[in-house]
Write a protein that binds this ligand. Structure first.
Ligand SMILES: [Fe+2]
Ligand SMILES: [Fe+2]
Length: 186
């Protein structure tokens, strides 16, 4: 049986160059956001702002824990808290930059920060408490980021890949914290 020649009217897989060029010229003020952006931008910006708040709360909590642990001569743990705090800050910066790329505004307002954040700010009474609270916060971030990644799917692959990178680091953080608890026999 002879193979059918590609019938007329079949949509080609790739957009033709002429259409691509014409489309790119429209709404150039939207920068990286082009006509083929398939996610709901407002929703993505809102989710990213919640993640930004989560990261900021984590920076604050880890920094508090860093200084408190240093004060009770738990230098190794204090140093690890600082490493985590700085990594959370990098996540916050990455997320804020992506929000701007998506034509949104990063929300750094202290007002409502804890409500926007998924993770909580718990000071902890002692070293073990601090580590446990950090672990809980990491586990919250892991779950919410994973959900966000699933939502993004292939609709916004750049944001998805960024969040996948951040998720991998939160998993490392959680793993570090479990290791600390084990070392302390808790
Ligand atoms: Fe983070
Ligand atoms: Fe983390």
């Amino acid at each position: 049986m002879a193979k059918k020649k590609s019938p007329q009217g079949t949509k080609p897989f790739l957009t033709d160059v002429k259409t691509l060029r014409a489309r790119a010229r429209k709404h150039i003020e939207q920068g990286a956001v082009t006509a083929s952006y398939r996610a709901d931008r407002a929703t993505v910006v809102k989710l990213l702002n919640e993640s930004l708040a989560t990261e900021i709360v984590c920076v604050l909590r880890y920094r508090r824990h860093h200084f408190m642990a240093a004060g009770i001569n738990a230098d190794a743990v204090a140093a690890e808290f600082l490493v985590h705090a700085n990594e959370e800050q990098q996540h916050a910066d990455q997320i804020a930059a992506r929000i701007v790329q998506l034509q949104g505004e990063p929300n750094f307002s202290p007002e409502g920060l804890l409500t926007r954040s998924h993770a909580e700010y718990v000071e902890g009474e002692n070293l073990v408490d601090m580590i446990k609270e950090d672990l809980v916060a990491e586990r919250i971030a892991i779950d919410s980021y994973r959900e966000m990644i699933e939502y993004l799917g292939d609709r916004d692959s750049t944001t998805r890949r960024m969040m996948e990178g951040i998720l991998a680091m939160e998993e490392e953080h959680a793993d570090d914290l479990v290791g600390m608890l084990e070392e302390m026999g808790k």
